[in-house]
Design a protein around this ligand. Sequence first.
Ligand code: GLY
Ligand code: MN
Ligand code: MN
Length: 460
Amino acid sequence: MSQELQENMKQGWADTERRDLSPIAQAAHTARRREALSARFPGERLVIPAGRLKTRSNDTDYPFRAAVEYAYLTGDQTENGVLILEPREEGGGHEATLYLLPRSNRENGEFWLSGQGELWVGRRNSLTEAARLYGLPVEDVRQVADLLREARGPVRVVRGHDRTVEAALADKITGERDEELKVFLSEQRLIKDEFEIAELTRACASTVRGFEDVVRVLDRAQATSERYIEGTFFLRARVEGNDVGYGTIAAAGPHATTLHWVRNDGPVRPGELLLLDAGVETTELYTADVTRTLPIGGRFTDLQRRVYDAVYEAQEAGIAAVRPGAKYRDFHEAAQRVLAGKLVEWGLLEGPVDRVTELGLQRRWTLHGTGHMLGMDVHDCAAARREAYVEGTLEPGMCLTVEPGLYFQPDDLTVPEEYRGIGVRIEDDILVTEDGNRNLSAALPRRSEDVEAWMAALRG
Ligand code: GLY
Ligand code: MN
Ligand code: MN
């Protein structure tokens, strides 16, 4: 690198240091969330990292997705960021500071010679801009490791996102205490605030449009594979500026019986079912999680319809059990009971139904739990304690999926041959309201006749 070029690159650039940015829409919400966290851990330093890029192969990285705890508490999604809540010496509470990488320095060549230089990765917010955006003081993240190494007093960190931060704290933290922080942050997200509910509503609305797009191209998908369907849904997410919240499951024919079929490389054939489990994730990281099982040719066969209608009935029973004050388990039990009843009715299990559900015998074909919390993670709040989640009580503001299914594996010799290879799941995103629930994905039809009519209308 000639001295001349290095000198040349230092000058001749316009001043782009200052932009007039407005605070992010959720700034008041993130401040409230930090206050609740502060109240739970008085007098302790709390460290919440955004995480670092992960290598995909050689020198390419996966697209970055910020740790949910960090995004939830700041509204920011920048890699290597760190939020620190510092206990105040007087008056209680904490002072929150966000640590980010500042803009690249042009004087020392950083902006074009380093991997994180803005010439390579794009303009960052200046620290002043970030402070205005997020509504809290912002400092240079390069001082965090030293600051944490030198810090005195009790400290907790959200683990698993930033090894540099954890290494700097190595002699001060314990797994047990850090786990308490993680559990609190998971349980804090059980009840969604207004901002979150609006995001989930948007995610579901976009997801509905993605399912409509898929139906419109089902005939064309037959020339390629399930990937045509996956790609069509992803296109809708991207066209609206979003992403998907998890790997789309585009499972045609017997692949529908594989719960997490994400290879999506199989054939799409009329006469078979397509189980499509997909969700748009908004730019603020809230995801939908919706499944429809569709007859690829447009009409269910008699047996497909019988299985489908049973799952629909189970889902109806499940959704009806979602209301404030109900036990979390109620919707699962309601749906499982319907499915057990159908399996007995069809002669696949010996009754009475009470015995079947007591022994869980229906689960050979129902396989998974009937739902889960939904939010920034598709399986949200996963670190919550049992008593707060699976053994807890539903409250307004909780958002969960209700997603019963029946899956007859292609090699299951305990069912008549015609059942084998049929898999059906119906999944909707249900918000617990003050007086019951609201189905955020209700715009997609669920009854078998309605699904057929909707598909016919879309295909013209
Ligand atoms: N899409 C994963 C699930 O339904 O839980
Ligand atoms: Mn789900
Ligand atoms: Mn799903």
